[in-house]
Design a protein around this ligand. Structure first.
Ligand SMILES: [Ca+2]
Ligand SMILES: [Ca+2]
Length: 303
């Protein structure tokens, strides 16, 4: 048994950072769901290619992409990978009934798996519906600490205002939990607003206020919300990646003047839809990455 306060604290922090706790759908928990309950699936889209950008209370902006589905630990899962505010990958799955469950969290130096999977949303929800969860968090497949979670619906059809716009049809859920061993587990207390067709648009964190966030931009399927940020490689933000951008990058490279906008390597995902992880250098790898972006934006004409 692991009872390290430091571990449980860091686990809880990772959970906070990812802001994606959930809980096992325990049998018999919560009130009976009346026929008028809403189906939750549209409030938490699981769809590869979606993008969501969040502004955190401390000024960070996180850029999150959805990938999948893949099979992980025998589950069909979708991963939500965010960079810019920590670097976490939260793995979700959907059960046959349409409930949304959290399978685990990967960070640069730690893997956490929920056993059993943690439920974020049951398949249907009405005001007052609660899903109780408990189990173990398995860290790096070796250590385990207990967790428990209660997710309660405290608003249906409510509106939520964000920097990406006003969302008229949201589920508002309260997430209360504990993670780590007694007598000193860490506390989870968050409120989420999930917009129909969009997903998480706002979260307040009552334990770690700096982890509160709101949506600034989203691309869900073919729809966009908020103002699209300049594409990576569009250094002068004129909506095109062209020879003028190449000139600006070359100038930065040759002059040795650092600009984070030119620091496009290393990166995650695939050109042109990349998220740079700046390494503090403008070198030949950044030039090569720009060349890859160029090719992605200007594919050769068909013969
Ligand atoms: Ca440009
Ligand atoms: Ca670089």
């Amino acid at each position: 048994m692991v009872s390290s306060g430091a571990l449980s604290c860091s686990l809880a922090f990772l959970l906070m950072a990812a802001a994606q706790p959930g809980g096992q759908l325990a049998s018999g928990s919560g009130p009976a769901v009346p026929a008028a309950a809403v189906t939750t699936r549209p409030y938490f889209p699981l769809q590869a290619g979606d993008r969501r950008m969040y502004l955190y209370a401390n000024g960070d902006v996180a850029d999150e992409r959805t990938a999948g589905p893949i099979t992980l630990d025998g589950h069909r899962v979708w991963s939500f990978t965010a960079v810019g505010h920590g670097s976490d990958r939260v793995v979700y799955c959907e059960d046959a009934g349409g409930a949304t469950r959290m399978h685990g969290i990967d960070t640069d130096n730690m893997t956490i798996r929920f056993s059993p999977d943690a439920t974020v949303l049951g398949n249907t929800a009405d005001l007052g519906t609660t899903w109780h969860s408990e189990g173990r968090c398995i860290v790096d497949r070796i250590w385990a600490v207990p967790y428990s979670l209660d997710v309660t619906v405290q608003g249906v059809g409510v509106s939520c205002s964000t920097k990406a716009g006003e969302f008229a049809d949201c589920l508002e859920i309260k997430i209360l939990g504990r993670i780590g061993s007694e007598p000193d587990p860490d506390r989870i207390e968050e409120t989420w607003w999930l917009a129909r067709g969009v997903g998480l648009v706002k979260a307040t964190d009552e334990v770690y206020p700096n982890e509160s966030r709101e949506l600034v931009y989203a691309r869900i399927g073919d729809r966009e919300y908020g103002v699209r940020p300049p594409a990576v490689g569009d250094f002068n933000a004129d909506g095109k990646v062209d020879v003028e951008d190449a000139r600006l990058l070359l100038e930065a490279y040759l002059s040795g003047r650092y600009g984070v906008e030119f620091d496009i390597y290393p990166y995650d995902f695939t050109p042109p839809d990349i998220i740079p992880r700046p390494d503090g250098l403008i070198d030949q790898m950044d030039l090569a990455t720009f060349a890859d972006l160029w090719r992605a934006y200007h594919p050769p004409a068909a013969p």
